[in-house]
Design a protein around this ligand. Structure first.
Ligand code: SIN
Ligand code: MN
Length: 264
């Protein structure tokens, strides 16, 4: 799956690209079933919302679930990122965000590279997310909001918010967000389950709470150029991986041909 010149130009200028219906309904049904099974597991990698029960985010499922192991090496996700980062990549982080119906809490305004730089000493923003929708994302169920072009602002000042949600995050203040939105506006890519989006690691983004009756599960592969691996290991290995081996893509049918997909 190769990005066109128009798509790479959009990524450079705007900081994000949307890829509608990249995975088919059977592939998504398998992944979604496995995601909800993982949310029900009692594992340290599964963070809960403040209520202590609703799953918020599950880390590193590619290391303990066969369907997500395959997704983490899927050519439809790896190829465009290798193209944009110009070379081999390793998995810096892998997470499935639940944003559950009624109880899925906000993700405050932030840049992912802000965390990767401050917490993990990743040298440069030569890393990015590719996010895959496992459910339809609509105006009702907590779609992400991007500030286009904000990736050109470099790493912005941020405060470590350990209060707002159950998950500590380096967040950007209201004044900076107002200025960036004055300049770049806001977009909120939405679409069917199976759609994907790529976004620059310095792109400022957030998502509101989900008070709708519809879950909004999204899986994020945070891929980093192998030369740009992290230098500091203060977060758990399952949050900031230390295996810098270049990922080798599997076949395009690696999910379609899978049976069972039982967790190890
Ligand atoms: C994130 O920015 O890391 C998560 C946003 C979301 O899943 O809504
Ligand atoms: Mn983020």
């Amino acid at each position: 799956m190769h990005l066109t010149d128009t798509q790479t130009a959009q990524f450079d200028t705007e900081g994000w690209v949307f890829l509608p219906e990249l995975f088919d309904p059977a592939e998504i049904a398998l992944l979604n079933r496995e995601a909800h099974r993982i949310f029900a597991m009692d594992r340290e990698e599964v963070f809960r919302e403040k209520d202590g029960t609703t799953a918020r985010t599950a880390f590193a499922a590619q290391n303990y679930n066969e369907a997500f192991r395959r997704l983490g090496r899927h050519p439809r996700l790896l190829d465009p990122v290798q193209q944009l980062l110009d070379g081999d990549v390793y998995m810096h982080q892998f997470k499935i965000n639940a944003k559950a119906a009624f109880n899925g809490d906000v993700w405050q305004w932030h840049q992912d590279y802000g965390t990767w730089s401050r917490d993990d000493a990743m040298p440069e923003p030569r890393a990015m997310n590719i996010a895959l929708f496992l459910e339809d994302v609509t105006e009702f169920n907590g779609a992400l909001m991007f500030i286009p072009r904000s990736h050109r602002a470099g790493v912005l000042q941020a405060g470590h918010d350990v209060q707002t949600t159950s998950y500590p995050l380096w967040t950007i203040d209201a004044e900076s967000i107002t200025r960036l939105v004055d300049e770049g506006g806001m977009v909120s890519p939405k679409g069917k389950a199976g759609s994907a989006m790529l976004f620059h690691s310095n792109l400022v983004h957030a998502s509101p709470a989900n008070i709708s009756p519809w879950d909004r599960t999204i899986v994020y592969l945070s891929l980093c150029h192998v030369d740009n691996h992290i230098r500091q290991f203060k977060r758990p290995e399952w949050m900031a991986h230390r295996d810098f081996t270049p990922l080798q893509a599997l076949g395009d049918d690696c999910l379609a041909t899978m049976e069972g997909a039982a967790a190890k």
